[in-house]
Ligand binder design. Structure first.
Ligand SMILES: Cc1cc2nc3c(=O)[nH]c(=O)nc-3n(C[C@H](O)[C@H](O)[C@H](O)COP(=O)(O)OP(=O)(O)OC[C@H]3O[C@@H](n4cnc5c(N)ncnc54)[C@H](O)[C@@H]3O)c2cc1C
Length: 381
């Protein structure tokens, strides 16, 4: 093995993002979290730092970056101002999904990279989540248009996004090969949306998006008919390690706080950290966070090398959030009653971390992918 760390450039980039987060994002982050809506000025600041253009071609205002660098950006944002860590991902997804639609890429990508337009990804429905191949939303061709009808639920960024990438069936009989992706500006006639209040991720919001015979031009079909599901599933191989890093960032900061707290607070005549009941838990949590982080960066490294990484990505998405929830919970308990109070961020972080156990595929679905890759398709029900 050639090396087992970040390159000089990657370390420099981490320091730059960390400084930016400390100077520009952390002041006022607590106040903004209370407002409950992602602040437009903050989106512009993140975009101004180039973090909404990572891996988007230069001609659209973006910049080349390896996948590990993307992971570093997301991890550092999540450690400082958690909600901003969602911003780098959508532009990367849009860039891929617009690959075969030059006119759409030219119209939307520069505005996305500048932080002027936000996107959401609308796949989940009331009756279908994990079993996404069975979505009910329909797209029917009518002359030079498609007519979309159906309802999408739990859509992150849904309440504030300018447009959605909507997945709909163009062929009811073809399973996942009958799913196509469409670009839908959310101010289109026939689109309505409402907030779906969740226990976490609140400033980006989750929406119910209802499509009542929405007519969109044929050119809004992204790629070919029937290829929408396959193309987005391929991108989940990068969002899974980065989602894990977002969750683990919550664990890292919580653990740092718990270490300081248990060294300072005394009980029965000595610091809490002197009791093995506490220090062993810290040792275990530290080890698990490190292991899950390395797994995530390794999956991104495999992607950088062009090597298969579906299994590793699923491992990250199962293991990372599981470790994060456990570690944030432990840190909260080590803080005693103050950890449970709203004055401390730990209870909120626990709610944020649980979201990662569900979004983008649950633990059971990740294990199905791991089983498929290790044992073969015939072992997946
Ligand atoms: C915070 C958050 C953000 C989200 N953002 C988005 C978004 O932006 N866009 C979007 O489209 N969706 C989004 N979702 C939806 C998310 O992708 C789905 O919730 C997820 O895929 C699971 O689907 P489901 O909730 O319908 O659960 P179900 O599929 O109904 O599963 C319920 C339970 O059954 C288990 N289960 C299901 N099938 C199996 C099986 N074969 N074997 C064993 N166990 C099984 C699951 O693991 C789970 O525990 C978001 C969800 C959350 C919580």
């Amino acid at each position: 093995m050639a090396g087992f760390g970040f390159s000089e450039e990657q370390e420099m980039f981490r320091r730059e993002v960390r400084n930016f987060v400390q100077k520009e994002l952390i002041p006022g982050a607590k106040e903004r979290a209370k407002q409950g809506v992602l602040n437009k000025d903050i989106i512009k600041k993140v975009a101004g730092m180039g973090l909404m253009g990572l891996r988007v071609p230069e001609k659209y205002g973006g910049q080349a970056a390896d996948w590990i660098t993307v992971g570093i950006a997301i991890e550092e944002l999540a450690k400082g101002d958690f909600i901003t860590s969602f911003l780098p991902t959508e532009p990367i997804l849009c860039n891929y999904l617009f690959e075969n639609n030059k006119a759409i890429a030219e119209e939307w990508l520069p505005a996305i990279v500048k932080g002027d337009k936000l996107f959401c990804l609308a796949l989940t429905e009331a009756e279908v989540g994990s079993d996404a191949a069975n979505i009910k939303t329909r797209a029917v061709k009518d002359g030079d248009s498609y007519i979309l009808s159906g309802e999408k639920l739990s859509i992150s960024f849904g309440p504030i996004a300018d447009a959605a990438i909507v997945f709909a069936k163009t062929d009811l009989k073809a399973g996942f090969r009958g799913i196509s992706a469409f670009l839908l500006p959310l101010n289109h006639p026939g689109v309505s949306r409402s907030l779906m209040p969740m226990m976490g991720w609140r400033p980006i919001g989750q929406a119910i998006i209802t499509l009542d015979n929405v007519r969109i031009p044929k050119k809004h079909l992204l790629g070919e008919e029937g290829k929408g599901f396959i193309s987005v599933m391929k991108q989940f191989d990068f969002t899974r390690p980065t989602l894990a890093l977002q969750a683990l960032a919550l664990a890292e900061v919580s653990l740092e706080e718990a270490i300081k707290y248990t060294q300072q607070r005394h009980a029965f005549g000595q610091p809490l950290a002197k009791y093995e009941g506490i220090s062993f838990k810290i040792a275990e949590d530290y080890t698990n966070v490190e292991a899950a982080r390395l797994l995530s960066y390794r999956a991104l490294w495999l992607r950088d090398q062009g090597l298969p990484h579906a299994k590793e990505s699923a491992m990250c998405k199962w293991f990372g959030p599981k470790v994060a929830v456990r570690v944030v919970h432990d840190a909260l308990l080590m803080h005693g009653h103050v950890g449970y109070s709203e004055e401390y961020p730990l209870q909120q972080r626990l709610k944020e971390a649980i979201g990662f156990e569900i979004a983008d595929g649950t633990a059971e679905i990740m294990k199905l992918i791991i089983v498929r890759e290790i044992l073969g398709k015939e072992y997946v029900p």
